[in-house]
Design a binder for this molecule. Sequence first.
Ligand code: ARG
Length: 464
Amino acid sequence: NKDQAWSARFAEPVAELVQRYTASVDFDKRMALVDIQGSLAHAEMLTAQKIISAEDFAAIQKGMAEIRSEIEAGSFVWELALEDVHLNIEARLTKLIGDAGKRLHTGRSRNDQVATDIRLWLRGAIDEIQAELTALRSGLLGLAEKHAETIMPGFTHLQVAQPITFGHHVMAYAEMFARDAERLADCRKRVNRLPLGAAALAGTSYPIDRERVAKTLGFDGVCQNSLDAVSDRDFAIEFCATASLVMTHISRLSEELIIWMSPRVGFVDLPDRFCTGSSIMPQKKNPDVPELARGKTGRVNGNLISLLTLMKGQPLAYNKDNQEDKEPLFDSADTLRDTLRIFADMVPHIQVKADVMRAAALQGFATATDLADYLVKKGLAFRDAHEAVAHAVKACSNKGCDLADLSLADLRAACDLGDKADLIGEDAFKVLTLEGSINSRNHVGGTAPEQVKKAIAAYRKNMK
Ligand code: ARG
């Protein structure tokens, strides 16, 4: 029984189902290139430390180059019997170069090897995702800039609340994704530490140089405790948590796009290439991309819970449980990257129907608060002003008109202010207009177009 690298101490081969049950090669082979990268850095250090010979290192380099081209060409034969990506590559190396291949694993264990591979792989994935996130953020800034003055109703409880600009609304998402980018960059710092040298769990008796390997592989430093280095996957959990937050923001945006695209609302339209039709209802154009993104947020959240549950209760140090870390991690990274790529492509092409937005802002007494604020500036206490405007809103609702549709006399009467009725003058109608309302909210964080444009400029500068 010489199938496995470890089988010499076993009296019988593993059961067929056990072999399939314990194998991970089907999914961890996607770490093949970083596995080779890690092995080469390890071998280079072993050579520099005179633990293996220069001839061995040259042979390892040559063999790994061959293996890399076989993998890239798709001709590499992955064997389930060889369990995982690490043993598959090592077995092939030994087949190609003989004894030198057998010396590669000196001072190393699959435990520190796999932890290194995941970190290298995840670092690459984070960089790709960060680039997609940057593209989406630029798209949002462009859209916000185009619509810094486009008026729409702002909502609370999904009911018309106050007028805002569409640019301001879009910038709320730019804000969320800026925090996500920060979180991702912060998570990368903790991903980018080298576990190699921890060996199985206790370190190794060879005179290794961990800093050298860290430098070769572009890590910022080495993991400081061998037990922790091989066993914890908190860096992967942290990434999945960040991915969940990004998807949560994507999901909120998706929900809004879906509502806005509903013909009953009709605020926006999406290009056909992001939608699909119905096989039965000829009139349909469905917002499939936002709906799927909203749905995929569920699986990304599931991946986070999988990893948290996987880690919970594991004693130090490495346990095979950890082999289950890869599929959820890969899935969150893939889902997030693809979602961001599609949204980065779609967002600049959101077609805004400014006239529909404006008409909606004119309904629902969006400027009622402005009238109350007007009365406060004329000397009324805010609670009294609130009550007066509520009376007026009630009167208008009964009549089926808007506050701005009333004559001055009717507005005074509707506010029911008694001897204070003349606090309301002609100038009250100015604050009842949509433009008057948004322009008056002119402070950091407010919806006035001037502020929105400032925010966009500040973000542009930060992203450079
Ligand atoms: N395939 C394993 C994993 O993903 C590699 C480490 C296995 N180590 C061991 N001692 N069984 O975690």
